[in-house]
Design a protein around this ligand. Structure first.
Ligand SMILES: Cc1ncc(COP(=O)(O)O)c(C=O)c1O
Length: 441
């Protein structure tokens, strides 16, 4: 991967303190990143504070935050209402082993009342926890062991979920290092946005399939939205064979009031939630049809539930308080405004591609935006592999030098704290970057 020398020079000149502190951190933490996901090239930027849609790094640079804590901060940084809810809860009750009287109930109702597939919910900490619980629920419900997932998809950092993910592997290899080969025998890959191809594989494997996992907008492919036809077909074939359809809405839940399933009008059996629902604190959930969720209920099974599940921090009171404050502010009107901004951004990116006759285009829905540099529009794994990653990385580097903070993979995530003015600035900076890099003439 060749980075543009002039942009690298600019980047280094304004992030010297970041580099020093990053090198110090690397002595004790591999990658220099305490958690989370990938960092910046040529080196990490170390962030000091954030407010609303803005972030400041240790060198004093200010950025518009288009990464929102990796799909988390849907209301931006240090939102006043979330901060007040957290401060209030910190002084009352932080964590209790048994049930607390109110917060879990209210948070569960907020999710249930807006999400078509959800009768009941159970809380966890990470998206990985939620998806692993959905895998087990589906296995216990159906008595079958295999799961199917879209080629290249990422559903969390656990063996069975990592098989086939394009994030950690060469696309040609199915099993990331450290994952036992036998795990792969439990995983079936289906092609995203290919209704016939997916249906044929699900039909063939049906007798052994407990669950099919799908994201309504596929994150690992660079925010590629599903087609309604694909989701409907997967719904039909799974229903026909008694296979549990799971929508992983860890990323997509904020694309509409009620998540991707409400947007597309396709209802899964189970849904997993994470990231944004905790308002910046760790919270995740599995929700779904009562018939499946009740496998966790001892009182319906003579005192011994068919499936036990534990999570020390699941439903942590501060996370629930932050989650309630977050979802209460995520009204249909707020979704509408954010989605209109997302649509406008995507349309203007596509227009730039047309204006300069370059293969730049965008994908995504709601607040999720992906950019691609590929002659064919990216709609599935085949077209995704045509993406010119070097161009995308360099565009991100140039945008970073312009004061925009995002991953280097071509993803731009909006929060409700971002307005038209910031997006206009971003689009102008993108256009300038195309010129400085020599990509647009
Ligand atoms: C679609 C999807 N599902 C699940 C996960 C896992 O979530 P977590 O990192 O909280 O375990 C991720 C993480 O990025 C994700 O993108």
């Amino acid at each position: 991967m060749e980075l543009n020398a002039i942009e690298v020079e600019k980047f280094r000149a304004r992030t010297q303190r970041s580099k020093e502190l990053w090198e110090r951190t690397k002595e004790v933490i591999p990658t220099g990143h305490a958690g989370g996901m990938g960092y910046f090239l040529p080196h990490a930027i170390l962030v000091e504070r954030g407010k609303g849609c803005w972030l400041w790094d240790v060198d004093g640079n200010r950025y518009l935050d288009l990464r929102i804590g990796d799909w988390v901060l849907i209301h931006g940084h240090c939102d006043d209402d979330i901060e007040a809810a957290v401060a209030h809860q910190m002084s009352r009750l932080v964590q209790v082993g048994g049930p607390e009287w109110d917060l879990g109930y209210r948070m569960a109702c907020l999710i249930r009342d807006r999400t078509p597939s959800v009768d009941k919910v159970r809380f966890f900490v990470s998206g990985t926890d939620a998806n692993l619980t959905a895998v087990r629920l589906a296995r216990v419900f159906t008595g079958r062991m295999k799961i199917a997932k879209a080629m290249g998809s990422y559903h969390g950092t656990a063996d069975v979920l990592l098989v086939g993910t394009s994030i950690l592997r060469d696309p040609a290899e199915m099993i990331p290092s450290g994952v036992p080969a036998w795990t792969a025998t439990d995983v079936v890959e289906i092609p995203y946005n290919d209704p016939d191809g997916a249906e044929a594989i699900i039909e063939r494997e049906a007798a052994n399939l407990s669950a099919v996992f799908i994201e309504p907008v596929m994150t690992a492919m660079g925010m590629v939205e599903a087609t309604v036809e694909f989701l409907q077909r997967v719904r039909e074939v799974t229903a026909r064979h008694g296979i549990v359809l799971v929508f992983d809405e860890v990323v997509t839940f904020p694309i509409a009031y009620g998540g991707g399933q409400a947007h597309f009008g396709v209802t899964p059996d189970l849904t997993t939630f994470g990231k944004a629902i905790g308002g910046g604190l760790p919270a995740s959930a599995v929700g779904g049809r009562a018939e499946i969720m009740d496998l966790l209920e001892p009182d319906m099974h003579s005192g011994a539930a068919p499936m036990g599940v534990m999570s020390t921090f699941g439903g942590n009171q501060v996370a629930m308080a932050a989650g309630i404050a977050t979802l209460e502010k995520l009204t249909p009107e707020v979704h509408e405004r954010m989605n209109a901004l997302g649509d406008r951004t995507r349309a203007r990116i596509d227009e730039l591609g047309r204006r300069y006759s370059i293969p730049l285009h965008s994908t995504g829905l709601g607040h999720l935006i992906g950019i691609h540099w590929a002659e064919e529009r990216v709609v599935d794994m085949r077209t995704r592999l045509l993406d010119d990653r070097e161009k995308i990385v360099n565009i991100n580097l140039a945008l970073n030098n312009e004061g925009y903070y995002q991953t280097f993979t071509g993803l731009f995530l909006l929060s409700t704290a971002i307005g038209d003015q910031e997006i206009d600035g971003f689009l102008l900076a993108l256009e300038r970057s195309l010129h400085t890099l020599g990509y647009a003439k």
